[in-house]
Design a protein around this ligand. Structure first.
Ligand code: YXS
Length: 258
């Protein structure tokens, strides 16, 4: 498996992403995360930790660029494997803690920010990169970013696509804790143990309550269709093809704005 899981102390499920050099979020990796989350859904598990292998320099490089379609199809739809993982995390009855070591890129930022609590090693960074690759970020993902708050910081991150230190993200409330790398594992485990001692019923109800309340943003069909049309302008564009081609050819893209 690319995201095997284990159970620590009988109650803490740990999913470890271990896929290729940079944990690119390929369908294979994301499907494995779904399988692991399903295995850890029921008692005795009370908390889940999502992590990369110990010592990772890259937590995850984001979507597997090689899997982004170049045939005019929407690259990020409802059934995209990342969306399926995000729904699993949202609907997981236990807290899901992201434990971050290394750099987090593109779609992996959404994966992490969609977890319930985030603990990061102090030298970790996050970069949200659709503008660098010419990719139309998906609607749900955009809403999820807005929901975590810090809209000015998020706009800066989206508009520059540059890595931002977790220390700054924690100052802005996007990350719960920043700790030295050597203490990351112990710190995260202790946090998980504290959660595991509380009422699992109350935690699951609170989590679902917050999910429902945070999603109470009705969109009328016309607005939704307009957003889809805006995104379509991007994935039908020269810049989308150029962004992916440039990544694969390991060169800087030449964007034309159309
Ligand atoms: O040359 P080989 O075959 O060994 O492959 C290289 C890279 O091409 C490959 N690789 C990836 N393959 C598919 N999808 C990726 N996202 C991806 N990232 C990297 O992994 C091998 C090792 O990469 P290399 O040599 O660059 O390693 P490094 O240690 O020097 O640098 C690691 C990174 C992560 C800093 C660097 O690879 C990088 O900047 N990767 C791209 C990060 C990124 O922009 N990710 C966004 C992906 S698109 C996405 O998530 C959404 C669609 S969006 O952007 O809209 O949010």
């Amino acid at each position: 498996m690319k995201a095997p899981h284990s159970i620590v102390d009988g109650v803490i499920g740990v999913i470890t992403m271990n896929h290729g050099k940079v944990n690119a979020l390929s369908k294979v990796l994301l499907d494995d995360i779904v399988l692991s989350l399903e295995s850890l859904h029921s008692p005795p598990v009370r908390v889940v930790i999502l992590r990369a292998a110990q010592g990772a320099k890259v937590f995850s490089a984001g979507h597997d660029v090689r899997e982004l379609p170049t045939n005019g199809r929407d690259p990020l739809t409802y059934n995209d494997p990342l969306r399926q993982v995000m729904r699993k995390i949202e609907h997981c009855p236990h807290p899901v803690i992201a434990m971050i070591e290394g750099s987090v890129w593109g779609g992996a930022c959404e994966l992490v920010l969609g977890c319930d609590v985030i603990v990061a090693a102090e030298d970790s960074t996050f970069a949200i990169t659709p503008a660098k690759l010419g990719v139309p970020y998906d609607i749900h993902g955009t809403l999820n970013l807005i929901k975590v708050g810090g809209i000015h910081l998020l706009k800066e991150m989206l508009f520059t696509a540059e890595p931002v230190s977790v220390i700054r993200l924690a100052d802005c409330g996007l990350i719960n804790h920043v700790v030295p790398r050597a203490k990351l594992e112990d710190f995260t485990m202790n946090l998980a143990r504290q959660m595991a001692q509380t009422s699992p019923l109350v935690l699951s109800v609170l989590k679902e309550e917050m999910r429902v309340l945070a999603n109470a943003h009705p969109l009328n069909p016309e607005t939704y269709e307009r957003l889809q049309a805006l995104r379509r302008e991007v994935y039908d564009s020269h810049d989308y093809q150029e962004g992916i081609r440039a990544f694969l050819e390991k060169r800087a893209p030449t964007f034309l704005g159309n």
